[in-house]
Design a protein around this ligand. Sequence first.
Ligand SMILES: NC(=O)c1ccc[n+]([C@@H]2O[C@H](COP(=O)([O-])OP(=O)(O)OC[C@H]3O[C@@H](n4cnc5c(N)ncnc54)[C@H](O)[C@@H]3O)[C@@H](O)[C@H]2O)c1
Length: 219
Amino acid sequence: MSLFSTPFDPARDTALVTGAGNGIGRAIAQALVGEGVRTVFADISAERVSAAIGASKRPELAVPWVGDLAELDACDALLATADAALGGITHFVHSASPPRREADHALAVDRRIWQQMHAVNLDAGFHLARELAKRLIAAKRPGSFLFLTSLHAGTPRNLPHYSTAKAAMAMLVKELAKTFGRHDIRVNALVPGAIAAGGVRRGSRAGAAHSARASRRGQ
Ligand SMILES: NC(=O)c1ccc[n+]([C@@H]2O[C@H](COP(=O)([O-])OP(=O)(O)OC[C@H]3O[C@@H](n4cnc5c(N)ncnc54)[C@H](O)[C@@H]3O)[C@@H](O)[C@H]2O)c1
């Protein structure tokens, strides 16, 4: 049985999933190849990409890519890989996000962690989506883009680098939906509740308690 009421068209559809090495991104990328869609599995961890592809139903439909999406050059390299391997992407899922460490609260988070969280979630998401949209618009092809945001786009989490990145991403989704919609490209946010995956790093006992409370609400 298909996961979707209207299955993808493997002759037309291709996908790029960031954060495909673990958690939600991995599950989405694996579901896509399971539906017959050729999919780029993009992640910073070669080991995770290889394990995610190896555990998927149709590994022959997966294209591995490993790099740090905090770097703009790496985003361009990912686009080049996607173009060369699949000849254009119709479905983009942006799930990559650096780990959320309880120790990086408002009084402690340093500049590098702050910038990395924003670079991966927001800068890479915007750059990849805009470049993929330009290609679809030029080819007059429809597409769909999905961004993983968070309930903490709207409520504080005492991880200000994370909540502000997701809040900006939530607005980015609205901006892109408005602009790309007229070109037949749907842009949506997926706002998960708490999903057991690898993203949260607990620190102190107090941090763990805070994390458990936050997890009940959604990360
Ligand atoms: N799990 C939850 O409960 C939850 C709740 C709300 C929102 N979200 C969001 O959903 C998305 C997926 O969450 P998850 O829990 O599955 O995450 P996860 O930590 O399990 O997986 C994220 C993946 O992104 C990769 N990644 C991290 N930094 C990267 C970089 N610089 N370049 C390329 N890849 C990088 C990691 O290697 C990892 O495989 C995230 O955007 C997260 O913020 C998750």
